[in-house]
Design a binder for this molecule. Structure first.
Ligand SMILES: Nc1nc2c(ncn2[C@@H]2O[C@H](COP(=O)(O)OP(=O)(O)OP(=O)(O)O)[C@@H](O)[C@H]2O)c(=O)[nH]1
Ligand SMILES: [Mg+2]
Length: 368
């Protein structure tokens, strides 16, 4: 293991020394690809047992969505879990108070959101320091990550934590790269771009591909993709997770400092201890989870507004709705009546492929 870590360090050093310009682009691309491969090596659990590098905490998923608290020690993660969920997780002024994953539940707008308190992580976590890897593996399973920062030193800590998560294949507040990469039998490397493209040139693309021993492939960019984006697509197994930077302990900074933090994108300043802006945070979590509430309407009855079916924004067809209600529902499905913003009429008669929207009302008509 030490040798892989040493190789990673050597490459990182070389990258830091290399000036970024047109002439070095392909060399940097090559180094990035080497780095990605080494990081993967580090994360793949060894067959000899032990290590268990890629494993998170053994906490059962429950509820409609999962949110994880990640941050340095003593920033107030446990305090926040306690205030938001009423669950007890020990709070103390010393570091590494929390040693395992403590789940709690928030009920918000009819949805059950599982909130995970996690041990503090430190720099180098992804490379095996502390419980870092377990924490980050668990973070990978979340639908939204809250990076909790201390208001006294938010920005430097933010960078360090992002680096840890990124090294583990987590991409924050980012869409999967809009590029196609197709391997083929022959014909060499074919590189086309349908958008203005300033980051990647054919030499760099070829250097990256050769590092993966790929000699024939069609690559098409639809936006200004970077070498990192291309490597992400070749590597696969990346997760794209929305993230909120929760700046805690704002009771310890000035109003002027708070105003700056408040304007940064994806930031949410709070004081967990004094319960300042927890409603604002909940609203932001809701927004970032992008859930769809669907109310069921049994025939001849009023919709059940108390207990919505919660769907994710990516899986919210009538088909997904039926599957969530009962596994045999689809067999009996004839059509559905939909009221709400996804419906053109009141109600609209739709099939299984129809995409539902937040707060739609649905009645399923079964075959007789
Ligand atoms: N001033 C201030 N202190 C806070 C706030 N929230 C938490 N604290 C204090 O910060 C210390 C650490 O809080 P914890 O909730 O244990 O922090 P943690 O992030 O869970 O720490 P680890 O489990 O060690 O990673 C405690 O002394 C808390 O009382 C806050 O909003 N303002
Ligand atoms: Mg804690």
């Amino acid at each position: 293991m030490a040798t892989v870590m040493q190789k990673i360090k050597d490459i990182e050093d070389e990258m830091a020394k290399t000036q970024k310009n047109k002439a070095t682009a392909h060399h940097l691309g090559l180094l990035k690809a080497k780095l990605a491969k080494l990081r993967r090596e580090l994360l793949t659990p060894s067959t000899k047992g032990g290590g268990g590098a890629g494993e998170g905490f053994d906490v059962t998923k429950s509820g409609d969505s999962r949110v994880g608290l990640v941050g340095f020690p003593s920033v107030g993660k446990s305090t926040l879990l306690n205030k938001l969920t009423g669950t007890f997780s020990e709070v103390a002024s010393y570091e590494f108070t929390t040693l395992t994953c403590i789940p709690g539940v928030i009920t918000y707008r009819g949805a059950k959101i599982q909130l995970l308190d996690l041990p503090g992580i430190i720099e180098g976590a992804k490379d095996g320091k502390g419980r870092g890897r377990q924490v980050i593996s668990t973070a990978r399973t979340c639908n939204c990550i809250l990076i909790v920062l201390d208001a006294i030193k938010p920005i430097t800590h933010k960078r360090l934590i992002e680096k840890e998560l990124e090294g583990f294949g987590i991409r924050l507040n980012k869409e999967p790269p809009n590029l196609t990469f197709r391997r083929k039998e022959k014909g060499g490397i074919n590189f086309t771009s349908t958008a203005a493209n300033t980051n990647l040139d054919l030499d760099t693309v070829k250097a990256i591909c050769s590092e993966y021993r790929i000699h024939n492939a069609d690559i098409t960019l639809r936006y200004d993709a970077t070498a990192d984006d291309l490597i992400d697509v070749i590597e696969g197994s990346r997760v794209y997770i929305p993230c909120i930077y929760v700046v805690n302990k704002i009771d310890q900074i000035t109003l002027e400092e708070l105003e700056i933090l408040d304007k940064l994108p994806h930031y949410c300043p709070i004081s967990a201890h004094l319960e300042w802006n927890l409603d604002g945070l909940l609203e932001k979590i809701w927004e970032y989870l992008d859930l769809t509430r669907v109310y069921t309407k049994p025939k001849g009855m009023n919709p059940d507004y108390e207990d919505p079916v919660i769907l994710s924004s990516k899986k919210r067809t009538v088909d997904d709705f039926c599957t969530r209600i009962h596994k045999d529902m689809l067999k009996q499905f004839k059509y559905a009546l939909v009221w709400g913003s996804s419906a053109k009429h009141k109600p609209q008669r739709v099939g299984k492929e129809h995409e539902l929207e937040d707060e739609d009302v649905v009645q399923i008509i079964k075959k007789i």
